[in-house]
Write a protein that binds this ligand. Structure first.
Ligand code: ACO
Length: 424
């Protein structure tokens, strides 16, 4: 029990301890009993839910999906197997995995009429805007799939599979290229690359190392507990909005440069540094001045106050892939120089700013040929299982309530309406 004294009166509040020893003070009854609420701008100290999906220890640099360390999944699993783990809470048997794969294949095609929606977007539309709109639209095309009695597994498979088709189609559309339909014989990630890069007259050469690298990027992004976009998905789902609407909202929340948009911002930053002839040191100095409006993108994290474990994995994969593709990338050299300099700079050390997953993922995507404005879309494809798992957790909770925070009002106190002719 915790106790708090307010206006001379003592209130007892239950303490909740999670399976990994995380402690929380349950304030559910605080306002009813005392009239007080808590205020926590940015939610750094507020647990919005009890969840069984993902565990992060930001101080120790630990990330586990359903208890399994991210390093083990990165070494041994695939994105689809990991998606199953996240959504259904256990690793699938061979049969379960085969069934889920088959369901993904069965649901990979968009309704033909959805193609007309693409015509409505200007060619310069950001693919994240298209993705969010089209995910919501996909829900309208098959209304029966959203009926509460429809099997959730079909909804989940449809969303996971179609998000990849929508993303590839939007890329082709923005370049004025013909749409490439999915190939049922390909696995999830190879199929995505095929839809992105094949031509009607020539199939894309699917290189296993490239497939593995992109699959790893998806897997590493698959969930990350209550971040901005996942919290958004849960918030929307709490109103009992459907899975597609909730995921579309997640895409919008992910878009910003302080969240999923950071991978695009990192590459833009590295490109600008390269173009200016700076070796990174001038730019690094600017990021330390708050008034410069610049940050070292791909550095820092709300939760990790140590190395982001995903960054370690991705950095290694980045080196391996560039070696296989026999590519040298000057931006990778700048990234490594920046990282080295920042990690020994007191400004970054004092604020516990370390590279996050986005610092190196963009270099891999660039090497694969994925255009810059599609980087955040890759993040969204990867995060889909996490959003689905969190949506399911909300829907499976019979005691769940609508998310509705309070506020401390600080505007004008009561005053009277002044008729227009009497206003000065
Ligand atoms: N470069 C320079 N300074 C930074 C950076 C950075 N990347 N990140 C934080 N700081 C500084 C802040 O200026 C602040 O300094 P102060 O203590 O002197 O005021 C201090 O570090 C704390 O920063 P906050 O913004 O309060 O930290 P917060 O936890 O709110 O933000 C965030 C975390 C948004 C990730 C931030 O570190 C950032 O903007 N990083 C760059 C963008 C990025 O890489 N985002 C990806 C996040 S990971 C993901 O979504 C997959």
């Amino acid at each position: 029990m915790a106790s708090i004294e307010l206006d001379g009166k003592k209130y007892e509040l239950p303490v909740i301890v999670g399976t990994e020893g995380e402690k929380a003070i349950d304030i559910t009854s605080l306002r009813d009993n005392s009239g007080y609420i808590t205020l926590d701008d940015g939610y750094s100290n507020t647990g919005s839910c009890i969840s069984n999906i993902t565990f992060i220890d930001g101080e120790e640099g630990i990330l586990r999906y359903r208890g399994i360390p991210i390093e083990q999944l990165a070494d041994n699993s695939t994105f689809i197997e990991t998606a199953y783990l996240l959504i259904w809470g256990k690793l699938p048997t061979k049969q379960e995995l085969a069934d889920f794969s088959a369901l993904l294949t069965k649901n990979e095609m968009l309704h033909e009429d959805m193609k007309f929606h693409y015509e409505g977007f200007p060619t310069h539309a950001h693919p994240m805007a298209i993705l969010s709109s089209m995910i919501n639209a996909a829900g309208c095309f098959i209304p029966e799939v959203l009926e509460p009695n429809e099997l959730f597994v079909i909804q989940a498979a449809r969303l996971m599979s179609q998000v990849r088709t929508i993303a590839a189609f939007s890329y082709r559309k923005t370049l004025g290229l013909p749409i490439i339909y999915p190939k049922p014989s390909y696995k999830y990630t190879a199929n995505f690359l095929h839809m992105m890069f094949s031509e009607p007259y020539q199939d894309y050469d699917v290189i296993p190392e490239v497939v593995r690298a992109l699959d790893l990027i998806f897997l590493l992004h698959a969930d990350h507990e209550q971040n901005c976009s996942t919290a958004t998905v849960r918030m929307v789902a709490s109103s009992q909005a459907n899975l597609f609407a909730s995921a579309a909202a997640g895409v919008c929340a992910l878009w910003g440069p302080r969240h999923g948009g950071a991978n695009q911002a990192v590459l833009e930053m590295l490109g600008q540094i390269h173009k200016s002839g700076d070796n990174g040191s001038k730019f690094l100095e600017q990021t330390k001045d708050k008034h410069s409006g610049k940050r070292l993108m791909g550095f820092g994290h709300r939760v990790y106050k140590h190395y982001d474990p995903r960054a370690t994995i991705i950095k290694k994969k980045c080196d391996e892939l560039l070696a296989v593709l026999k590519k040298k990338d000057p931006l990778l050299d700048i990234a490594k120089r920046l990282e080295e300099a920042a990690l020994s700079d007191p400004f970054f050390i004092e604020r516990k700013l370390y590279p996050n997953v986005d610092f190196y993922s963009g270099i891999i995507m660039r090497a694969i040929g994925i255009p810059l404005n599609m980087f955040t879309v890759m993040f969204a494809i990867g995060r889909m299982p996490g959003w689905i798992a969190n949506f399911k957790e909300i829907m499976d909770n019979p005691e769940g309530r609508i998310s509705r925070p309070r506020q401390v009002y600080n505007g004008p106190t009561e005053n009277n309406y002044i008729p227009l002719e009497m206003r000065g």
